[in-house]
Design a protein around this ligand. Structure first.
Ligand code: GRF
Length: 238
């Protein structure tokens, strides 16, 4: 496991170390020089639509989230989210998982791409690949995911459909730390929405998605402050 100043590990609370300009080369000549070492560079991993990526971009632009998206990586070249990133002037990478011999090789390449761009927090936003311990160990307590259910209910795909079919009256969204187990990491934020009589999967999904777009940037901002504690599975914001 490599160390990374500014990685939002618990116990690393308070003010980040002051920058040490001049020791690192800027990675994007031509763009304003960020202060190094950066403590707010995030990487976003997508596979498709990218509406949560857009919510993150919008929150940063509106000053609601103090972060910089250093890179957007998709495992699919046709992910619509790539266009959202390009439109915002963010570097994009397409890394198809099939180009790598196994999960560990793919995970390692992903981690290298993110680390070489100074990423301290990885945000999965509709990224349809499981990440193994090889990857997660490189970013201890610094990989987040947003999921369209009130975890631990309805993990996996189609959380909204699972909720409808189960007949729950309240559904919602969860932002959590990523562990090697699917949708099972410590919970950072959740938001609820009602399940209405006559709801379709599309209607419920849209209601949940609006909450995802609200709580994901908020959770990212809170984690980046470093003012939080993880005890067992419980996350407390300080
Ligand atoms: C969202 O519903 C998210 O909760 C789930 O995948 C979907 C991604 O949507 N993990 P988008 O690509 O962010 O629009």
């Amino acid at each position: 496991m490599s160390s990374n100043a500014g990685t939002p590990e618990p116990g690393n609370h308070g003010t980040p170390e002051p920058g040490n300009p001049g020791t690192l080369e800027p990675r994007n000549p031509g763009t304003p020089e960020p202060r190094y070492p950066e403590t707010r560079a995030i990487g976003v991993l997508i596979s498709g639509r990218g509406s949560n990526l857009q919510a993150i971009i919008d929150a940063i632009a509106a000053g609601r989230l103090d972060a910089r998206v250093a890179v957007v990586i998709s495992n699919r070249g046709d992910a619509a989210g790539l266009d959202r990133a390009r439109a915002a002037g963010i570097e994009t990478l397409v890394m198809p998982h099939r180009a790598y011999p196994d999960r560990a090789a793919y995970d390692g390449a992903l981690a290298d791409a993110l680390k070489s761009r100074g990423v301290v927090l990885v945000c999965l936003a509709g990224f349809m690949r499981l990440l193994g311990a090889t990857f997660i160990d490189e970013f201890p307590n610094a990989v987040l995911n947003v999921h369209p259910s009130l975890l631990p209910a309805f993990p996996g795909i189609d959380g909204q459909r699972q909720a409808l079919e189960h007949g729950v009256k309240v559904a919602g969204a969860t932002v959590h730390f990523v562990t090697p187990d699917l949708d099972a990491g410590p919970i950072l934020l959740q938001a609820t929405v009602p399940v209405l009589d006559g709801d379709t999967e599309a209607a419920l999904s849209a209601r949940i998605l609006a909450e995802e777009h609200r709580i994901y940037p908020e959770a990212i901002g809170r984690v980046l402050t470093g003012r939080w504690r993880l005890e067992g599975r419980r996350v407390t914001f300080l």
